[in-house]
Design a protein around this ligand. Structure first.
Ligand code: GRF
Length: 201
């Protein structure tokens, strides 16, 4: 799977926003012993803050604006796929990519597309995970890296990190602490995945 020149798996990171996980993945891919390199950052939103971060780190970026495709999700994904092909991408890492995928892209990348979700799946798929964990009185929250399948936040789990809930936690404070854990978990799991070491649970 690896790049013939560098020996590293060619990864695209798909974002819609700030891209802090994306930045962590780029930095991890720059380490001397990294099994992957981030060779493309693609956003469905031209205003995504992560685009400037990626450019500052010297990583090529692309925008495939979903708004230009109206309700035609398939056409948007086909345009995304064309960019992924052009960059000879081998593994796709979703990192705050706020699009529901159709079977086209999911099927095209089956077993080679990862996502990070800010909860301990199978608890709290979807949005507002931290508020839901606090409302339930959970003692711990966390994050999950999983393979992407047709269901929302539903694929085989590749790795998780737990974060204790504090007595006076707010959703925002908990989200910030979970995000710090995400920045450690995602590079580690993607690295293990690209080394072929990951156990699917
Ligand atoms: C993260 O919490 C991630 O788990 C979720 O969206 C957020 C993206 O944050 N899927 P960032 O863009 O990586 O900073």
């Amino acid at each position: 799977m690896a790049n013939a020149r560098t020996g590293r798996v060619r990864v695209a990171v798909l974002i819609s926003g700030a891209g802090s996980n994306m930045a962590a993945l780029i930095d991890a891919g720059l380490q001397a012993d990294a099994p992957f390199e981030v060779v493309l950052v693609l956003s469905n939103k031209p205003e995504a803050g992560g685009l400037a971060t990626a450019e500052a780190k010297g990583v090529p970026t692309a925008v495939v604006d979903h708004a230009a495709f109206g309700k035609d999700r398939l056409a948007h994904e086909q345009a995304v796929q064309t960019v992924l092909d052009a960059h000879r991408i081998e593994v796709v890492a979703l990192a705050g990519y706020m699009r529901l995928l159709t079977p086209f892209l999911v099927g095209r990348w089956a077993g080679r597309m990862l996502n990070i979700h800010p909860s301990l799946l199978p608890r709290y798929p979807g949005l507002d995970t931290h508020a839901r964990a606090l409302a339930a009185g959970d003692a711990e929250a966390g994050c999950t890296v999983h393979l992407v399948t047709d269901g929302v936040d539903d694929g085989p789990v590749l790795g998780q990190a737990a974060v204790p809930v504090q007595p006076d936690d707010t959703p925002a404070a908990l989200a910030q602490r979970v995000l710090v854990a995400e920045h450690v978990l995602y590079p580690r799991v993607l690295g293990d995945f690209c080394r072929g070491r990951v156990r699917r649970s």
